[in-house]
Design a protein around this ligand. Sequence first.
Ligand SMILES: NC(=O)c1ccc[n+]([C@@H]2O[C@H](COP(=O)([O-])OP(=O)(O)OC[C@H]3O[C@@H](n4cnc5c(N)ncnc54)[C@H](OP(=O)(O)O)[C@@H]3O)[C@@H](O)[C@H]2O)c1
Length: 236
Amino acid sequence: MNSLAGRRILITGISRGIGLETARLFLAEGAELVGVGQNAARLAEVQHELDPTGERVTVVAQDLARVDAQKRILAAVEKRWNALDVLLNNAGIQIDAGAHGLVDGKEATLVRSMEVNLMAPYRLSLALLPLLARGKEPRIVNVSSGAGTFAAMREAQIASYRLSKWALNGLTLLLSGELAGKVAVNAFDPGWVKTDLGGPNAPGSPLESARGALSIVTLPFSETGKFWKDGREIPF
Ligand SMILES: NC(=O)c1ccc[n+]([C@@H]2O[C@H](COP(=O)([O-])OP(=O)(O)OC[C@H]3O[C@@H](n4cnc5c(N)ncnc54)[C@H](OP(=O)(O)O)[C@@H]3O)[C@@H](O)[C@H]2O)c1
């Protein structure tokens, strides 16, 4: 029950779904959190629910697709800890309409998907590197998807989502190489679970994803550059 005692963790997409359930589990395991979402009113409710004393959770309302979003998030983490142990890039969107692929879909869908699912984790990771350098066994975990594997690129539908998650997997590999020995960088498939994004027919629950996330942030620090699901390594 104390596997994350004192760990300083930033979770994006904390306002609902997998991020919210992960925040609950991480707090139960002793972590301290900064959480990011877009909707300030919703974040205030979440903060009150997670941490009525206001001592263990700080929230930052920010649209991660904005090119300067990382500046306010960096400032909040600097003020809180001036260091960071874990960046969990969890916030994500799946906005492909119906059965559209790249050919019949809209360019704006791909651009927005890339902004939120790829560019935001990229910008946030780079902005937070100086704070991660002051962290204990620092690590970045990118919440990816089974829809973003190499094999899944041969499947139709949700093409913008697939491409953005495939690119996120690439970002994971590139950063893990560049940051070897300094920051562990891994990707995580949370499975298909019931959330606003996953929909009501998903077979799993966000708690299962949260347990998966816990297994990644408690991996030995030497584990880096890998893709994980349910505590096991899977192919990119
Ligand atoms: N659910 C699944 O079956 C499934 C499967 C595979 C992978 N995933 C991945 O798991 C992660 C979490 O998914 P979920 O199912 O929990 O989704 P969700 O229920 O739709 O929640 C998405 C979260 O991301 C935040 N977010 C979205 N766009 C944002 C932006 N521009 N700026 C800041 N925050 C933003 C949302 O905040 P607001 O409420 O403020 O918008 C919300 O907290 C995503 O990366 C998703 O791709 C999910």
